[in-house]
Design a protein around this ligand. Structure first.
Ligand SMILES: [Zn+2]
Length: 111
């Protein structure tokens, strides 16, 4: 899943400052296996971050679906393939909007 990997890398990048990349990943993985309530700082399971990541994945999926439909239309000699352009534009805007909201949240919250 390209999208998930991207999000994971994004999250990892934000954790570079406090922990260092590989160690942050290891720490998160290890902590996930333990009792969350006992062992994790609240910030490691920020609900807002989780929501933004889910929104980003959903927005990316919409964009990917529209681009796939347009590609299929072109392959099938559908001359009206440009009908997808506005939708693709809107979907890309939405994805960017969510991405920057996520980045802003991570910078402000250090989660
Ligand atoms: Zn947060």
């Amino acid at each position: 899943m390209g999208n998930l990997r991207l999000v994971a890398q994004l999250a990892l990048t934000r954790h570079d400052a406090p922990f260092g990349g590989q160690r942050a990943f290891f720490t998160l993985k290890t902590m996930a296996q333990q009792d969350r309530l006992k062992s994790l700082p609240d910030v490691a399971f920020c609900e807002e971050k989780k929501g933004l990541i889910n929104e980003f994945i959903a927005a990316n999926h919409v964009l990917w679906t529209l681009q796939s439909q347009q590609t299929r239309a072109i392959i099938n000699d559908d001359l009206d393939f440009m009908r997808f352009d506005d939708l693709i534009h809107l979907a890309r805007e939405k994805k960017e909007q969510v991405k920057y909201a996520l980045i802003a949240h991570l910078e402000a919250h250090h989660c």
